[in-house]
Design a protein around this ligand. Structure first.
Ligand SMILES: NC(=O)c1ccc[n+]([C@@H]2O[C@H](COP(=O)([O-])OP(=O)(O)OC[C@H]3O[C@@H](n4cnc5c(N)ncnc54)[C@H](O)[C@@H]3O)[C@@H](O)[C@H]2O)c1
Length: 339
C-alpha cells in the first residue's frame, strides 16, 4: 500500500457524501474512484471530492477491474448489493452501509466469503462508536437489562412526482420498509448493549398515508415486540405517518439499577442510576468521521481491533429485521437462531 489508502466508492448518493465529507479530512486517504449506476452522480462527487486523476464508472466490476484500490465503500440501497463479492475476490477491505442487504441468502454468502478470505470489513452502524452507548454497554454488563423501548417516528414522505419514481425508500421490495431500513439502527444498538434478540412478533399498520406516490407500499407504522436471550423483553417501533410533530429517534433501556434514555439522531444520553447523580452525555455530531477514521486506521495498520461492527455483526442485525418483516406478513412470532 502507498502512503495513503486508495478508496473507491460504489454508490455515490446521500450517505456516500456524508462519508466523503469526513474522509476528505483524513490525511491518510486518497479518494481514487467512484462508481454509480447514475454516472452523472459519480462524476459530480468525483469532481467535488475526488483526488486528481480519480476515475468514474457506472458498473462496479469495471471499477474493480480498472483501478488499484486499498479499500472500498459500498453505499447502495438495500436491494442493490453484490459488489461485495468483487471486493472479497480481490481481498480488498470494505465498508458497507446498513442494512447490509435485503436478502438474507446473499448476505449469508457474503459473510461466508468474508470469513473464508479473512477480508477486513466494517458496517455503518455508527452509533456503536458513541461514548454514551459504550458507557451504557459497560454498565449493562453488570446490571442486566430487563425492558427496552425505542424506534424512529417521522413524517409522511413528501416527494415531488419526479423524485417519487426514483425513490427506493418508499418501495417495500427495495428498502425492506422503515423497520428494516431505519429502525435497524435501534435493533443493532439493542443487540450491542443488551445482547441477542431471540424472537420477534411484529404488527404492521398500512393504508393511512395517502397520495405519497403510486409506488408507496411500505408500512405506515409498525411495532415489533422482542425477546432477548437474557430473558428481557422490548418493543421497537417505526412510523412515517406522524405529521403532527413529536416523534423522533429514541431508545430507553431499563435495568434493575440503570435507566439509559437515548434521544435524537445523535443519541444524546440521560443516564439515571440508583444512588448516583443523573448524568448527561451529548451525542457526537461528527460520528461519521469517528467511524470512518476507525475503518481507515484498521486498513492502514492492518488491525481490525477498533472496528466495532464487522460484517458478521451486521448480518445478525439483518436477520432480526428480516424476521420482523416475515412476522408482519404471517402474524406469527418468529424465532431467530443465533450462535
Ligand atoms: N448510516 C446511516 O445513518 C445512513 C444514512 C442514510 C443512508 N444509509 C444507508 O445507505 C444506503 C444508501 O442510502 P442513500 O441515502 O445514500 O441512498 P441514495 O439513493 O441517496 O444513494 C444511493 C446511490 O446508489 C446508487 N446505486 C444504486 N444501485 C447501484 C449499483 N448497483 N451500483 C452502483 N451504484 C448504485 C444510486 O444511483 C444512488 O446514487 C442505504 O442502505 C441506507 O440505508 C445509512
Amino acid at each position: 500500500m502507498s502512503e495513503r489508502v486508495r478508496i473507491g466508492f460504489v454508490g455515490c448518493g446521500g450517505i456516500a457524501v456524508a462519508h466523503l465529507k469526513a474522509l476528505v479530512k483524513n490525511p491518510y486517504v486518497e479518494l481514487a474512484a467512484f462508481c454509480d449506476v447514475n454516472l452523472e452522480r459519480a462524476k459530480s462527487v468525483s469532481f467535488q471530492y475526488g483526488a486528481a486523476g480519480a476515475m468514474v464508472f457506472n458498473r462496479a466490476e469495471e471499477m474493480f477491474r480498472n483501478t488499484v484500490l486499498d479499500a472500498v465503500y459500498i453505499c447502495v440501497p438495500p436491494f442493490a448489493h453484490g459488489a461485495e463479492f468483487e471486493a472479497i475476490d480481490r481481498g480488498i477491505p470494505f465498508f458497507v452501509e446498513k442494512p447490509v442487504n435485503l436478502f438474507s441468502e446473499q448476505a449469508r454468502e457474503i459473510a461466508a466469503a468474508v470469513e473464508r478470505k479473512k477480508v477486513l470489513t466494517s458496517v455503518g452502524y455508527m452509533n456503536r462508536y458513541r461514548k454514551g452507548v459504550q458507557k451504557v454497554k459497560g454498565l449493562l454488563s453488570q446490571d442486566t437489562p430487563i425492558l427496552v423501548l425505542g424506534g424512529w417516528i417521522g413524517q409522511t414522505p413528501r416527494l415531488t412526482p419526479e423524485a417519487a419514481i426514483y425513490n427506493w425508500w418508499i418501495v417495500k421490495e427495495k428498502s425492506g420498509g422503515q423497520f428494516h431500513e431505519q429502525v435497524t439502527h435501534t435493533v443493532d444498538l439493542v443487540r450491542f448493549m443488551c445482547g441477542e434478540i431471540t424472537e420477534v412478533h411484529a404488527y404492521p399498520a398500512k393504508g393511512f398515508n395517502k397520495g405519497v406516490s403510486p409506488n408507496y407500499n411500505i408500512e405506515d407504522a409498525s411495532v415489533v415486540n422482542v425477546k432477548l436471550a437474557n430473558g428481557a423483553v422490548g418493543s421497537l417501533w417505526a412510523s412515517c405517518s406522524a405529521n403532527g410533530g413529536g416523534g423522533g429517534v429514541s431508545l430507553s433501556i431499563y435495568a434493575g439499577n440503570t435507566t439509559a434514555l437515548f434521544t435524537g439522531w445523535e443519541h444524546s444520553l440521560r443516564l439515571l442510576r440508583t444512588g448516583v447523580e443523573p448524568e448527561e452525555i451529548p451525542g457526537e455530531q461528527n460520528i461519521f468521521e469517528i467511524e470512518d477514521d476507525a475503518f481507515i486506521d484498521a486498513v492502514r495498520l492492518k488491525d481490525a481491533s477498533k472496528i466495532l461492527c464487522p460484517y458478521s455483526e451486521g448480518l445478525k442485525t439483518l436477520e432480526v429485521t428480516l424476521a420482523a418483516n416475515r412476522s408482519m406478513v404471517s402474524g406469527e412470532p418468529v424465532r431467530i437462531p443465533f450462535k
